[in-house]
Design a protein around this ligand. Structure first.
Ligand code: C2E
Ligand code: MG
Ligand code: MG
Length: 653
């Protein structure tokens, strides 16, 4: 025969282990984790009271103080026990993601109060009536038939939980549904068993086993709370969003993106940046608390936060968003740093503004591109009607359409050589003409192409078109030396870039020296090893390189020295500063330094004759300044035919 008090000791050991493990892992952040922790504490106290009460009964004599003490613990035991199933119900609702919606309903609050109060009042009525149970002279507890009501109550509470899980069954994925569903039949079966064999004290052990089952199957705290920000995770956000979207339950989400996160990261370092995110998270939480809105904060990675507001009015949401916008446009004092953030805030109505539940992934990634840069929060409904917005949003569809229907074209912009006083090369620039949106600038569609991987197909198209053009008779007659082709970041680190470029060269029988590849400094940040290998290998095969947009970002001289770059292209924003006498000194010194390193210089984006003259005449301490000029002053990028016409006209002049 099992001594059931050992089962209680096992139960309390299991519960204590779960509590310690939860505390050590700090996994009581987030609603479901908090409710689970509360359930553990409640069960632990309940079991502790029960064990103490059983010990008093077994080890003590029938004297007044011992009996009183036994009564105290048995009443405490019933007190804590009456919370177990109501907390379990709340936990289930939090897993289903609609706990806060329910808590706002007066009926639900009433139900929870009733679930707690009914057994409590029933048990405590025994203090007066002594009809439910009493301790007899042999120190054993005697229960009356009325005691069965407690089991019936327990039974109905379990049924209610099962019913809740059943009606929201489509909100949980199958695996989680089975996990959650399994716990309650377990307790239900136990309740039925106990109502027939009330003296077999296996109840607390069974409860402990049930929470243990939940702990090892459903409780994954790291999935729900982000360790950097203490906010809920993307996983939980998607879970909640998908559930509410399916239920068509109306709510609003305030999305906040720190656009200049990379700069802040560079400024304060990654470790501090993570702490800065924690600070932002607590700032947002403070606002939520201060304004008393029903909302949860999420950190969705990549410096994007989301505040899910379920029931507040539009004006309250607008007010909170503006408070956040106001804080983010001022300097934030963090440790010894003063940080100025550049944030975009967008409010999305769920489900009205959302076309499909997959759409939200795309939105999180790209919304900052379409939200105007002001100090305001925007409602998606107000900006989504514009053509520009739709174009940026449908960019993947547009790219797909362009690649399938050949809507892409390569234009050429002539490059002027000061020394030779003629156009000796050109830069190939991709163009996209969409039947619905018309001309779409590369700066708009190329980031989208990088994201969805179609940049490689676009890159192949450019290589094929350019190499074919170089191989043509017209090109040979034009006297042009080479064509420059832009490489995007992902192309630079493409594993088979060398093979691919060489294949195009062989396919059209052109010389590698007729191709010059333009790379940018930030391309190497992604994967410096492959990037350098690709550049070196192509250079060894006779292809030259130009560094694009120099001076527009953080220029890294080390990189320029280590890579075989022949030409440095001074970016338009750098060139535009030439009128400023101080910037002229910087430009001259930069050119002098680059020339000393053996590089040739090209000035990009030159629009007027005066600037052409300055660059032509530029001499830096007896070093001839600039070799090449490119810009609208000479010509805009032109379609192949017009470009050839332009070059041939120049020869005639
Ligand atoms: P980029 O390589 O720096 O190209 C120069 C850009 O400046 C081109 O813009 C050109 O039209 C523009 N530009 C040239 N002269 C002037 C001027 O005098 N004034 C002004 N305001 N602009 C001038 P575009 O064609 O819109 O291309 C933008 C960027 O898109 C390029 O900058 C390049 O980074 C990228 N891109 C263009 N074509 C390709 C391509 O085939 N492949 C890849 N990976 N990137 C490309
Ligand atoms: Mg370029
Ligand atoms: Mg450029």
């Amino acid at each position: 025969m099992i001594d059931f008090s050992y089962l209680d000791l096992c139960a309390i050991s299991v519960l204590l282990t779960l509590i310690i493990s939860t505390i050590i892992r700090k996994s009581f952040k987030g609603l479901s984790n908090r409710l689970f922790f509360l359930e553990l504490i409640c069960l632990f106290l309940c079991t502790a009271c029960y064990i103490t009460y059983s010990m008093i009964l077994k080890k003590s004599e029938f004297t007044e103080p011992y009996i009183k003490l036994a009564y105290v613990f048995i009443y405490f035991y019933y007190f804590f026990k009456s919370f177990i199933i109501p907390i379990a119900l709340c936990y289930v609702l939090s897993l289903l993601g609609n706990f806060s919606t329910h808590t706002r309903s007066i009926y639900f609050r009433l139900l929870i109060i009733l679930l707690v109060l009914v057994p409590l009042v029933y048990v405590f009525s025994n203090l007066i009536s002594h009809r439910l149970f009493y301790i007899n002279h042999t120190m054993t507890i005697v229960t009356s038939r009325a005691f069965v009501f407690l089991y019936i109550n327990n039974f109905f509470e379990c049924l209610l939980c099962l019913f809740t899980i059943f009606i929201y069954r489509n909100l949980l994925n199958k695996k989680r549904y089975i996990q959650v569903f399994l716990i309650f039949p377990f307790i239900l079966g136990l309740t039925i068993y106990l109502s027939f064999f009330p003296n077999e004290e296996i109840e607390l052990f069974a409860y402990a086993m049930a929470v243990y089952l939940v702990f090892i199957t459903s409780q994954r705290p790291e999935l729900v709370v982000n360790s950097h920000t203490n906010a809920n995770t993307l996983f939980l956000f998607m879970d909640k969003f998908t559930k509410l979207y399916k239920m068509r339950s109306s709510g609003c989400i305030i999305f906040i993106k720190i656009v200049n996160c990379d700069n802040i990261n560079l400024y304060i370092g990654l470790a501090r940046y993570n702490e800065f995110l924690t600070k932002l998270s607590s700032i947002f939480m403070d606002i939520i608390k201060k304004e008393k809105i029903f909302a949860d904060l999420y950190y969705l990675e990549n410096s994007v936060f989301a505040i899910y507001v379920e029931k507040n009015s539009a004006s309250e949401i607008q007010f909170v968003s503006q408070q956040i916008a106001k804080i983010l446009q001022e300097k934030i004092y963090f440790q010894v740093f003063e940080i100025l953030t550049d944030a975009r805030i967008c409010i999305v109505r769920n489900p009205e503004d959302i076309s499909s539940s997959e759409y939200i992934h795309y939105f999180i990634k790209n919304f900052h591109l379409v939200v105007p840069k002001t100090n305001n929060a925007f409602w998606l409904k107000d900006i989504s009607a514009t053509k520009e917005f739709r174009m940026k949003y449908e960019i993947e569809k547009i790219l797909d359409r362009a690649l399938r229907n050949n809507f892409l074209e390569v234009y050429y912009q002539p490059i002027y050589s000061i020394k030779e006083d003629n156009f000796h090369s050109a830069e190939a620039l991709i163009r996209l003409k969409d039947p619905e949106y018309g001309f779409i600038p590369p700066k708009v569609f190329l980031p989208g192409a990088e994201d969805n991987g179609s940049i490689f197909e676009i890159g192949n198209f450019v290589f094929d078109t350019v190499c074919k053009f170089i191989a043509s008779e017209q090109f040979k007659k034009s006297g042009l030396r080479y064509i420059e082709v832009n490489l995007s970041t992902s192309q630079c680190v493409e594993a088979n870039l060398v093979e691919k470029v060489m294949n195009y060269i062989t396919k059209y029988g052109i010389s590698p020296s007729q191709l010059r590849l333009e790379i940018t400094e930030n391309a190497s940040e992604f994967n410096p090893v492959i990037f350098e290998q690709n550049v070196q290998a192509l250079h060894q095969r006779g292809i030259s390189f130009a560094l694009d947009d120099y001076g527009t970002g953080y220029s890294n001289i080390g990189k320029i020295i280590s890579l075989p770059i022949d030409v440095i292209k001074l970016g338009k924003s750098f060139v535009d500063e030439i009128d400023d006498p101080e910037m002229l000194i910087v430009i001259k010194d930069t050119i002098k330094m680059l020339k000393t390193l053996g590089k040739e210089i090209l000035a990009e984006g030159v629009e007027d004759e005066r600037v052409v003259r300055i660059f032509k005449e530029l001499k830096c301490d007896l070093i001839q300044g600039c070799e090449y000029i490119q810009g609208f002053y000479f010509s805009k990028p032109l379609p192949e035919k017009d470009f050839l016409h332009f070059i041939n006209q120049q020869h005639l002049v």
